[in-house]
Write a protein that binds this ligand. Structure first.
Ligand code: HPA
Ligand code: ZN
Length: 348
């Protein structure tokens, strides 16, 4: 059982999250409201039904349900609602800084304009900052399966909206099997030219070769998931040498059957090998967990020490796309709060 002191420390220490999808984070109650507001039929009618409905056997099955959640979003007001909700949720968990994905392809397919999406994100982001003091920045994810020309267009739109909606980079998500990262190289070359940060989901549904592909073809700065890198010692060595962060979502990986259980998950082995591993939630309600749950479960399963917990949190602050001076001030606040909590909880 998780030590109650360690649990309190995890709850109260300032944290950051770097792998969370805006559309995958819609809480069931909000989803039901949005569906009612926009006349969308859902295959469940209450919150308990939603929770039960979120059962997956694969990434591709999950993506169908992700698309269903997206179908409830129509107007800028809808995007504002879910962005503000994410700010409230961050505040509840002690997350002071969050980098959040959104995937325009799922909205474009339904005829929603880019401007409608970013207008809502911009408004929700500003309100979240005012109401909760939570800082959120956005990463425009390219759906791996889209036409590479549309990938380039996503980058151009992300760049044009960078100031209005706080878009700091581009990412890659959705179906990993059959859609290698290199397909979207034109988009990533353009993102590099424009000075946008670059990340990609890889090494979740496909093995280490997918991580190599993202690193070599797209020159990404972080890998989302990346857990299957563990199967290639040469790749692990490179991740360590270059300190390329992995945004790991352990409980998501269990729900999507990447690993049968947490004890079999490589999160601790990667960390012990020297990889810069961060802990994240991915699509919280869909995977029946939040950031705290991921910390609790990893701490409990692997018997993490206080120092190891601190290390994971510190890694997340180190891996953000903030300027070094901003990182330093977040880390300073982290160190101060950690010292206060250690004195209060353990008399240290
Ligand atoms: N992997 C791929 N695509 C996704 C994910 C993920 O974890 N979450 C939302 N879209
Ligand atoms: Zn993800």
């Amino acid at each position: 059982m998780l030590d109650p002191m360690l649990k309190a420390f995890i709850e109260r220490i300032p944290k950051t999250e770097l792998h969370c999808h805006l559309e995958g984070a819609i809480q069931p109650a909000t989803l039901l409201n949005l569906a009612a507001r926009n006349g969308i039929e859902l295959p469940f009618s209450d919150e308990a039904g939603a929770r039960k409905f979120y059962e997956f056997t694969s990434l591709n099955q999950f993506l169908e349900i992700f698309a269903l959640a997206c179908s409830t979003l129509k107007t800028a007001a809808d995007f504002e609602t879910i962005t503000l909700d994410l700010g409230a949720d961050a505040s509840r968990q002690g997350i002071s800084y969050r980098e959040v994905f959104f995937t325009y392809a799922y909205h474009q397919r339904r005829g929603i304009s880019w401007d409608e999406v970013v207008k809502g994100i911009a408004a929700g982001r500003e309100k979240a900052r005012q109401m909760y003091g939570v800082e959120m920045w956005f990463i425009a994810d390219i759906d791996r399966t889209i036409d590479p020309q549309d990938g380039v267009q996503t980058v151009e739109m992300a760049y044009a909206s960078r100031d209005v909606a706080g878009i700091i980079g581009v990412g890659l998500d959705s179906q990993e099997i059959d859609y290698p990262a290199r397909r979207q190289k034109p988009a990533y070359d353009r993102a590099k030219e424009l000075g946008l940060h670059r990340v990609a989901h890889a090494g979740e549904d496909v093995g280490p070769e997918s991580v190599w592909d993202a690193l070599e073809s797209l020159e990404v700065e972080r890998i989302d998931h990346g857990v299957r890198s563990i199967d290639d010692p040469k790749l692990v060595k490179l991740l360590v040498e270059r300190q390329i962060p992995l945004t790991v979502c352990p409980l998501s990986n269990i729900e999507l059957k990447v690993y049968p259980n947490l004890a079999a998950h490589p999160v601790k082995r990667l960390r012990d090998a020297g990889v810069l591993v961060t802990l994240n939630s991915d699509d919280p309600p869909m995977f029946h967990c939040d950031v705290l749950d991921n910390y609790f479960a990893v701490t409990d399963t692997f018997g993490l020490s206080l120092e190891e917990v601190e290390d994971f949190v510190r890694n997340s602050f180190r891996a953000t796309f903030q300027a070094q001076s901003e990182k330093d001030s977040y880390l300073k606040r982290f160190d101060e709060t950690a010292a206060e909590l250690k004195a209060e909880l353990w008399g240290m």
